[in-house]
Design a protein around this ligand. Structure first.
Ligand code: SF4
Length: 486
């Protein structure tokens, strides 16, 4: 599945002489979480310095930037804006100088009440320089209503609604925050005397840091030269946990430990469960690269059907998020994956996909397998049908564009052009994640939204998606109230 994108990846480190270089590596390890822009902000104890720009980490940050950022405290961010504009000004970390001094911030997630708060500030004369919802948090941090509280950050956080992991940097410290539902992952690691915080543990691995624990939902962790301290801004158990199950299905790196489980093992287990629930008569299990590989291995293990490669992957194609027309999307599918005729010709294939969103890319892949001589195609999907949009930061298309919206499995099978189609059940999917299976958000499958959605937010989201489309095709409509996701 390649038609949705993740939001962002975070990395922060305190008390290390090569903080910026390690942040660069940590972002590099999390490049799969966002490829539109990257940035690093570091502190020498008195002043914050920020570098970054559009593109991959290697495009956005140069060797010279790293030299200028050489300080003991740093935070960094890779970004994919789900619905708003992809512009230089939205590159994070955002750095401002305000009534409380210099502050930098980066964000993974989506605030569902950002539009309302932004309009409130704008009515009071505040000027916003980005279209990112994250900027609202900076305005709140500088607002007298919060600065006068005993713990201003905790007071601000109690006003936020939605999905957020935040890194907030001041000249002398960084504060790492995870929302009370724990929607996105955030982990803590240790490297000698330094403390590290990152979206995924794969970023700790790359810098040789030891994984210590996850940041708790509703917790603020402060990292500085003097070590680590922790406090809560919401009591434990007050808010329902809602980890995004899509981290396990698709987003996170297979090597990462997310919500208590290893991603690769969870995907394998989803594949095994799929084989038990939806057996198929086939000669060869074929994973759809790259994310379905682990689930296909599980399917192969549980079914005893031989596994093999059905496609070659072209690694040299750049990210192609600007795909305004269907014909271009179809072309990209063919460019990325080429079927291996010698491996699949005359065979009954059991093709394993991690998920199906619009169905257009999957249909393209199935067509190319058929053209290359597959005798039968039995498509098995390692997650349930996606029927509802995500409001928490994942770039699903609108409800109308979801292939499973208002269609039966038989109708989807016909559209995709396969001989049989079966999905993993909700219970089968959730049970695959052993540690947190009762604590997941599954709203895109069930419509059961664990974090309340303000109706005005749905309108905002629609406007922002329009804005993103116009950005992609190079038109800039007048859209004063649009705020992009971070
Ligand atoms: Fe993740 Fe789906 Fe929930 Fe969005 S709606 S947070 S994609 S599980």
């Amino acid at each position: 599945m390649s038609s949705i994108h993740h939001h962002c990846g975070l990395f922060g480190i305190a008390n290390h002489p090569a903080a910026a270089e390690l942040t660069y590596l940590g972002l590099y390890a999390q490049q799969h979480r966002g490829q539109e822009s990257a940035g690093i902000c570091s502190s020498n104890g008195g002043t914050l310095t920020r570098r970054g720009g559009l593109g991959l980490v290697t495009d956005a940050i140069s060797q010279r930037d790293l030299e200028e950022l050489r300080n003991p405290l740093a935070i960094g961010h890779v970004r994919y804006s789900t619905t708003g504009s992809c512009s230089e000004s939205n590159t994070q970390p955002l750095l401002v100088t305000c009534s409380i001094g210099q502050v930098a911030i980066c964000h993974n997630g989506n605030l569902v009440n950002a539009g309302v708060m932004r309009r409130e500030f704008e009515q009071h004369g505040h000027i916003f320089v980005t279209t990112s919802d994250t900027e609202v948090i900076l305005h709140m941090l500088a607002d007298k209503r919060f600065t006068e509280k005993p713990d201003p950050l905790a007071a601000v956080l109690r006003h936020l609604c939605g999905s957020y992991c935040l890194l907030i940097q001041y000249p002398d410290r960084l504060e790492a925050v995870r929302d009370p539902s724990g929607n996105r992952p955030l982990c803590l690691g240790r490297l000698d005397e330094a403390w590290i915080v990152a979206s995924e543990t794969c970023a700790l691995d790359i810098v040789d840091a030891e994984y210590v624990r996850d940041v708790d939902p509703g917790e603020i962790v402060t990292l500085s030269e003097s070590g680590l301290s922790s406090r809560r801004f919401v009591e434990e158990g007050v808010v329902r946990r809602a980890h995004c199950i899509f981290e396990h299905i698709y987003f996170a790196d297979p090597s990462s430990q997310i919500f208590g489980d290893n991603v690769h093992l969870v995907r394998m287990e989803m594949g095994r469960a799929l084989a038990r629930e939806a057996p198929a008569d086939g000669d060869l299990v074929v994973p759809v690269p790259n994310c379905a590989r682990c689930a296909a291995l599980g399917y192969h293990e549980a079914s005893g059907i031989q596994i093999g490669r059905g496609f070659t992957t072209n690694h040299y194609i750049g990210r192609s998020f600007i795909q305004p027309t269907q014909s271009i999307r179809d072309l990209t599918v063919r460019l990325k994956l080429n079927p291996i005729r010698g491996s699949i010709e005359g065979k009954r294939l059991v093709v394993v996909e991690d998920s199906v969103v619009r169905g257009t890319t999957t249909r393209g892949k199935m067509r190319s397998l058929r053209t290359a001589g597959a005798k039968e195609i039995h498509l098995r999907v390692a997650s349930p049908p996606i029927r509802h949009p995500c409001y928490y930061g994942i770039d699903f298309p609108s409800r109308e564009e979801l292939i499973a919206n208002g269609r039966t499995v038989a109708q989807i099978r016909e559209y995709l052009g396969v001989d049989s189609l079966e999905y993993l059940s909700l219970d089968g999917m959730l049970a695959a994640a052993k540690t947190a299976h009762e604590d997941f958000c599954h709203a895109c499958f069930t419509g059961d939204y664990p974090i309340p959605i303000d109706p005005t937010f749905q309108k905002d989201l629609f406007e922002r998606r329009q804005l993103r489309f116009f950005d992609a095709v190079g038109i800039r409509p007048h859209s004063p109230n649009s705020a992009a996701n971070s």
